[in-house]
Design a protein around this ligand. Structure first.
Ligand SMILES: *Cc1c(COP(=O)(O)O)cnc(C)c1O
Length: 691
């Protein structure tokens, strides 16, 4: 995996400069038409671009990062308002509480700050609309945009219609412009959210054509004196989308310094305008720095850029997720697996997604949200804490705790609306004795002898169903030989299935409120016929994995969700006979390029991996791990992978070029199963969510 070209982040700088152009009108001294074209047509692409990028990144995380985004942007807005307070006080442009409230909620308290309330309100609105599906969301946002258009560039035409003026007068009493978080921002945010990589040539042609048409539109509207304001054109959304898709098709990686530069530049440039004017007056340079529009623009540009650069340099920043070692989570694969498993489960069974152990190391919260969007309404976890974590992240639906919760925590179960598995009869009594109305699923021991009331003890079940307080919403069992291929294992699974189904029908006929039923986990769903149960419980299969390499079945169409990658730390050459690593366990049998990789057993890799044939992908080739695996690093023999540099990415699980290392293969080297490997992936790993 090689160098990145962060086209989107780089374009942010150009967009910020275009905004400064809008506020300084660089060409007025020379040509009024040219300046109109630059600042009222071309530069009008800048702010929509910011909305598109924001929508794109919010949707990439399935809108998971929306709360964090709102908080961060809200704080930035607050800081910016305080920063401009001196200018507000000086110019007295914010008088009267209505003006202040209107300013804070819609128009911004200083002219360029309207962007912040617009992106806050707009992203909230876009998120709510997107929950109804893309078609609805885009239609609704498009209609809002059309209304906004009538109050902007088309005002002169629309206000002559009956009621047109009255309608917009009401709107303008709430917000000075329709270019705000309701009529303007949502459409661009949603276009960004649904944007895809497309053929770059097509995008370029589309952009040039739509931009030419938008220029004609703008000049016609200006000639007709229809414009009350000049932020919105009918063709602006098309033009912006083509431009964004063009950049997206060229985009790989990020440049966070460019992001921060553009944000600081955007916020501070109006202050710089004031200071340039003041400074020019003091120095007697008004002719060059103020009266000449281009000189003025350049002075503002240089001054703002210098301040922004120093801010980027001095402000603290957080480490990147993909700096050292990280998991890449492909939500598209997760969605495709979910739909496939829902089909396999049949029309009578719904999917209960088992996302214990942080969704097998994949990240419970982003996975749960993605699953809910695929229609999953029931989840299973192993512990009370895991359940509460999901609820705190606003995950709705049934959440079943499969593992032990101390009965004394019954109040937490109720407070967080969690459903508890009943381990056995004594547990049921202890839980009922808490006097809380806990929802429970009764576990049935059909032969695994791990948890559950023994299937033959019908009397024990009847005693449990008579206990007070408990709310019985389900009953389940678990197969312990579903992965096995031998006739004995298959017949044991069959016996367990029959015993469970028969118990359910006996209990029903006794009037016990059994509720929802479930039995099959991943292996059972994939291998056995559909059962008449309310749910199937899929864990590992959701993540496109099997327990072992032998079970892996490419033909069934499940796709791996997780990739594990790390960086090369250092590269060196060893002569034949030189040794390396702890215990000098590696000896070079030839002149060797030895590379150090920034991942170790503290990140969850089994320590035995290097000694047992572990490999990584580098430049799309397999290369072996050598020596002893360390806590935070491991060594690879990169001799056959071509020129290698520090900072390059190696793949431990996943694809690089034509080659792929599966999680099953890696687990197999160490005599374990993928479940164990995944659930041990350390918290120290970054997590990078692909949309
Ligand atoms: C973990 C677990 C599952 C999920 O198993 P997979 O094989 O990962 O699908 C299902 N049921 C119970 C009781 C479990 O503990």
């Amino acid at each position: 995996m090689r160098a990145k070209s962060p086209a989107l982040d780089r374009f942010r700088i150009a967009a910020a400069v275009l905004v400064a152009a809008i506020h300084t009108s660089p060409l007025t001294t020379y040509t009024a038409d040219g300046d109109f074209f630059l600042t009222r047509v071309l530069a009008r692409l800048a702010v929509p671009f910011f909305f598109l990028v924001t929508g794109y990144f919010l949707s990439r995380s399935e809108w998971n990062s929306l709360p964090r985004f709102l908080k961060k942007t809200g704080l930035l807005y607050l800081a910016a308002m305080l920063f401009y307070l001196p200018l507000n006080l000086y110019s007295r442009n914010l008088s009267g509480w209505q003006n202040i409230v209107r300013g804070i909620l819609f128009d911004g308290t200083f002219y360029h700050l309207w962007y912040f309330p617009a992106v806050l309100l707009g992203s909230l609105l876009a998120f709510l609309l997107s929950r109804k599906g893309p078609r609805f969301a885009l239609t609704a946002a498009g209609l809002l945009y059309l209304i906004g258009l009538g109050g902007d560039s088309y005002y002169g035409l629309v206000s002559s219609l009956p009621f047109g003026k009255a309608f917009y007068d009401i709107l303008f009493s709430l917000s000075a412009y329709t270019r705000n978080g309701i009529f303007f921002a949502p459409l661009f945010l949603l276009l960004g959210a649904y944007a895809k990589r497309r053929n770059p040539r097509l995008c370029l042609v589309g952009f040039l054509l739509s931009f030419a048409a938008m220029s004609v539109e703008a000049f016609l509207l200006r000639a007709a004196e229809a414009q009350r304001h000049d932020s919105m054109y009918l063709l602006l959304p098309f033009c912006s989308l083509f431009l964004f898709s063009l950049l997206l098709s060229r985009n790989s990686g990020q440049n966070r310094d460019a992001r921060r530069f553009s944000a600081v530049f955007y916020v501070i440039h109006p202050w710089c305008i004031v200071l340039v004017r003041g400074g020019a007056e003091m120095l007697g340079l008004e002719a060059v720095l103020v009266s000449n529009s281009l000189g003025h623009f350049l002075a503002v540009l240089l001054f703002s850029a210098a301040v922004s650069l120093s801010a980027v340099f001095f402000l603290p920043r957080r480490p990147s997720e993909t700096g050292r070692a990280w998991c890449e989570i492909d939500l598209r694969a997760l969605r495709s697996n979910t739909f496939l498993l829902q089909r396999k489960a049949g029309v009578h069974s719904a999917l209960m997604a088992v996302i214990k152990a942080d969704a097998y190391g994949h990240g419970a919260i982003p996975c749960a949200r993605a699953l809910r969007r695929c229609g999953v309404r029931a989840f299973a976890v192993a512990t009370l804490e895991e359940g509460i974590t999901l609820r705190r992240a606003a995950v709705r639906g049934t959440i079943l705790i499969l593992g032990y919760t101390p009965p004394s925590e019954a109040d937490l179960l109720v407070r967080w609306r969690l459903t508890q598995a009943v381990m056995d009869e004594p547990y049921a009594r202890q839980l009922a004795a808490q006097g809380r109305r806990v929802a429970v699923h009764v576990a049935v021991d059909t032969g695994m002898h791990r948890i559950g009331i023994p299937v033959e003890e019908v009397a024990a079940f009847r005693r449990v169903y008579r206990l007070p307080h408990l709310r019985f919403t389900g009953i389940f069992s678990h197969l312990c030989t579903a992965n096995g291929r031998s006739p004995q294992e298959e017949s044991f699974a069959q016996m367990q299935t029959n015993a469970f189904l028969q118990l359910v029908s006996v209990l029903r006929s006794c009037g016990c409120p059994v509720g929802d039923t479930h039995l099959l986990a991943s292996a059972g769903i994939l291998r056995f016929p559909q059962q008449p149960c309310s749910y199937v419980r899929a864990g590992l299969a959701l993540f496109g994995a099997w327990e072992t390499q032998e079970e892996r079945d490419e033909s069934c169409g499940l796709r791996p969700v997780l990739s594990l990658r790390a960086r090369i730390v250092s590269v060196r050459r060893l002569e034949t006979g030189e040794r390396a690593g702890y215990g000098l366990a590696f000896e070079a049998k030839r002149p060797t390029v030895l590379a150090t990789v920034s991942i170790g057993y503290a990140d969850g890799l089994p320590r035995s991996l290097a000694a047992q044939g572990g490999e990584v992908l580098l430049h799309g080739k397999r290369v072996p791990m050598v020596g002893r695996l360390c806590m935070d690093q491991l060594l690879i023999d990169a001799t056959d992978a071509g020129e290698t540099y520090s900072g390059e990415i190696v793949t431990l699980i996943g694809r690089d070029g034509e080659e792929r290392i599966s999680a099953e293969e890696l687990a197999g080297h160490c005599g374990t199963i993928t479940n164990e490997l995944f659930s041990r992936l350390g918290e120290r790993l970054g997590r990078c969510i692909l949309p």
